[in-house]
Design a protein around this ligand. Structure first.
Ligand code: J2J
Length: 538
């Protein structure tokens, strides 16, 4: 029987039947494409990270041993495990092991801290938490111990060394491997992914094997992934771009090789590209800019690069034009969202569109509506609000009925909050945004979440957080603060607020990059704070 998970918004039965009849949803669960490749090419290299190199057979063996270890700890189909790891091989081992059990990984970026992690443990009633002992100066083993004390659902924490290995991982690998078999159904919720967020608390996106693998299968040919592909994971591994667009799921299904970079800098990535003859990577615009502007370009052989998928935030036309001549790779712009829909420019796109556009939908099943203020569809070339529905797109966030009533129409379209234009060929360009979200170089920040925490500071009377233009990141986070009566405004410094938020356990990419003390906020005609006026660069 299908898994019953309270808080998951199901697809209407006729829609699900239609997706299956059209072959959008197939009878496959998330670990199965990997095990198909293991059977085909057991000796081929699946995964490289630092001095670790795993063949497909070795990767499969580790997955089944860790699955056995988790099963012995009582993890079963449908149980949630928060996976809070950086770009290390054990991330991939853990998520496949969890999938093998039919359990549900909650993908948490390594940059997340107490605020985010506690929220995920609470909302998902997670049974287990996997992390590393230290990350970026933070003591995560202490966090793990605190969580275990505080949250009754949580039964196990697994704390690995900072490289994702160590005694705790070795202990898991000593278990006898489970037999590989199907322990879930394709329509079960298979993972929970974070949403960029527009609200005070981060939201979780529930995907099934059917919705996720549909997107992966579409991405493989569109991104040119084959058994000869060598993919570099240069952005955080739990991001949708690293997992499914085309991601390690795409590469491991096709029988290629995944190379994990601990960070995306040219110093780290260029030698890896040269050494492993990397052919493909998916990345965000600031990383691409760093690659383009690096003098190391000349010192490394990057000639193996075939294509770079760039998405997550708007890429400037100027940077886009430099990719082919300076990096010798095809620039494949994309525009995706963890909620589901992904668009890619096709390899046969003309040069002008390759620079100006961010793709066409992956799937013929994706329905797009581009609407004006009155809810009427706009003509080609006219900007409008994008709504979407389809075989990769969720029908609701996890356990958020009120939010879902706002973010989804009654007939199941997701209101993306993006303002786009579609040309006569069907190619989209992202031209703006109507949601209250900051896009800091592809990392999404919900102003409300940061504001709510800053309001807890004893010197703060009121605060407004906005994204201000930035030449590298596209936007950065700025806080406008009104101090309480009697507080010396000179004491209200950026460093004070950043330190306060760090202590509260907020991910560092959400911390304000700039702060200004003001006596009042600019107001709109209706008396609301005008974030538009605050966004103007000074
Ligand atoms: C402008 N804004 C963009 C672009 C995303 C593939 C690629 C990206 C994501 C992703 C993803 C943009 N130009 N090219 O999940 O599978 C903004 C939009 C969008 C939001 C989604 C994938 N590409 N965006 O970025 O969930 O505002 O997913 O709604 O992180 O990023 O963010 P996220």
């Amino acid at each position: 029987a299908p898994l019953v998970l309270e808080g998951f918004v199901p697809y209407p039965e006729d829609t699900a039947a239609h997706y299956r009849a059209n072959g959008y949803w197939i009878d496959q669960t998330l670990p199965e494409p990997l095990f198909d490749t293991i059977a085909r090419t057991p000796d081929k290299t699946a995964l490289i990270a630092g001095d670790v190199e795993l063949s497909y057979a070795q990767l499969g063996d580790q997955v089944l041993r860790v699955a056995a270890a988790l099963q012995s700890r009582g993890i079963r189909r449908g149980d949630r495990t928060v996976v809070h790891l950086p770009n290390v091989p054990s991330f991939i081992v853990f998520v496949y092991a969890i999938w093998e059990l039919g359990a549900i990984p909650v993908f948490s970026p390594a940059a997340h801290r107490r605020t985010e992690i506690e929220h995920f443990v609470e909302v998902t009633e997670a049974k287990a938490y996997v992390t590393i002992s230290r990350h970026d100066g933070a003591d995560l083993s202490a966090l793990a111990a605190d969580l275990l004390d505080k949250w009754p659902s949580l039964e196990h924490t697994i704390v690995l060394d900072p490289d994702g290995r160590g005694a705790a991982f070795d202990e898991l690998l000593r278990h006898e491997p489970l037999p590989h078999e199907r322990r879930s159904r394709p329509e079960d919720v298979a993972l929970l992914q974070i949403s960029g967020g527009t609200t005070g608390r981060p939201k979780l996106i529930p995907h099934t094997s059917e919705t996720y693998l549909h997107s992966v299968r579409g991405s493989i040919p569109l991104c040119g992934i084959t058994e000869n592909s060598v993919q570099l994971t240069a952005v955080p591994i739990c991001h949708s771009m690293s997992v499914r667009s085309p991601g390690f799921l795409g590469v491991l299904a096709a029988g290629g090789t995944v190379v994990l970079a601990p960070d995306g800098s040219p110093d780290t990535c260029f030698p890896l590209i040269e050494k492993h003859r990397v052919t493909q990577s998916s990345m965000v615009p600031p990383l691409l800019l760093a690659w383009l502007n690096s003098s190391l370009k000349q010192q490394h052989d990057l000639s193996s690069l075939e294509s770079l998928h760039v998405g997550g935030a708007k890429l400037s036309a100027e940077a886009a034009r430099r990719v082919a001549p300076e990096l010798g790779a095809f620039l494949q712009q994309g525009f995706g969202m963890s909620e589901g829909l992904v668009n890619y420019n096709r390899f046969d796109v003309d040069e002008e569109r390759s620079v100006r556009c961010q793709g066409k939908p992956v799937s013929p099943g994706d329905e797009l509506l581009i609407l004006d203020d009155d809810g009427a569809e706009v003509a080609p070339g006219v900007a409008g609000y994008l709504l979407t529905r389809g075989p990769s797109t969720i029908r609701g966030y996890f356990r958020l009925p009120d939010e879902n009533a706002r973010s989804f129409t009654a007939d199941g379209f997701y209101r993306t909050g993006d303002i786009v234009e579609r040309d006569t060929e069907g190619y989209l360009s992202v031209v703006g945004r109507s949601k209250d979200q900051i896009n800091r170089g592809g990392e999404k920040v919900a102003p409300e979440e940061v504001e709510n925490l800053i309001l807890g500071h004893e010197s703060v009377h009121d605060v407004s957080v906005v994204g201000v233009p930035d030449p590298i990141l596209g936007e950065r986070v700025k806080a406008f603060v009104i101090v309480r009566q009697g507080v010396d405004p000179a004491g209200m410094k950026l460093g004070v607020v950043r330190q306060f938020l760090r202590q509260r356990g907020l991910a560092s990419y959400k911390l304000p990059d700039a702060l200004e003390v003001v006596t009042e906020f600019p107001k709109t005609g209706f008396g609301k704070v005008s974030k538009r006026l605050q966004r103007v660069p000074l």
